[in-house]
Design a protein around this ligand. Structure first.
Ligand SMILES: [Cu+2]
Length: 187
């Protein structure tokens, strides 16, 4: 995944939809955690298959209040520390934007995809999709701050073959919101 200047783009999602319709389910999906640490969500971008449950453990000594108003999943977990009081099932494909009611700058994204074949790009902009059965796939790329959606690619994949694709995505810079020093007397 490269930006306009040819630099690798981190935190992009890449996922492959079988052209013939839904992928066979790979069995139960693992539960995924999105933590709150140092008053940030970690990780910033999470990609999961539709039907995945996510927990929101709070590693901070202060309270967070996690919420989403996104149509793909709206929920809230009111003020808490420690273990996630709720497990949230992400049962609809789409983008879910997470926020914290207490800390304005806290933001993270969940992309829910209707396929088990997905990955997130690393700091170099690389992502690897593994164990795809032979067939034709529509490969999509997405970034939370993309200025325009990258066109999907149709890719025929032979058994045990590897294929390298390059996507261009030009994300807007991340908006910097003021994060005040930690005041333990307040949340
Ligand atoms: Cu918070």
């Amino acid at each position: 995944m490269l930006d306009a200047s040819g630099k690798g783009v981190a935190d992009a999602a890449v996922y492959a939809l079988p052209a013939g319709g839904r992928a066979d389910p790979r069995g139960p999906r693992p539960t995924v955690a999105i933590e709150q640490a140092d008053r940030e969500f970690v990780p910033y971008v999470t990609v999961v298959e539709e039907g995945t449950t996510i927990t929101f453990p709070n590693r901070d000594p202060i309270m967070h209040h996690v919420y989403s108003f996104s149509p793909a999943k709206s929920f809230e977990i009111k003020l808490y520390t420690g273990k996630s009081p709720s497990r949230i099932l992400f049962d609809k494909p789409g983008v879910v934007t997470l926020g914290c009611n207490i800390h304005d700058w806290m933001i993270a994204y969940v992309l829910v995809v209707p396929t088990p074949y997905f990955a997130r790009t690393d700091a170099l902009g690389e992502a690897v999709l593994r164990d795809l059965p032979a067939g034709t796939y529509e490969v999509h790329a997405w970034h939370p701050r993309e200025r325009a959606a990258a066109a999907a690619r149709t890719v025929p994949l032979a058994a045990s073959a590897a294929q390298r694709l390059e996507f261009a995505i030009d994300p807007k810079p991340r908006a910097v919101k003021y994060k005040p020093p930690l005041d333990r007397s307040r949340y």
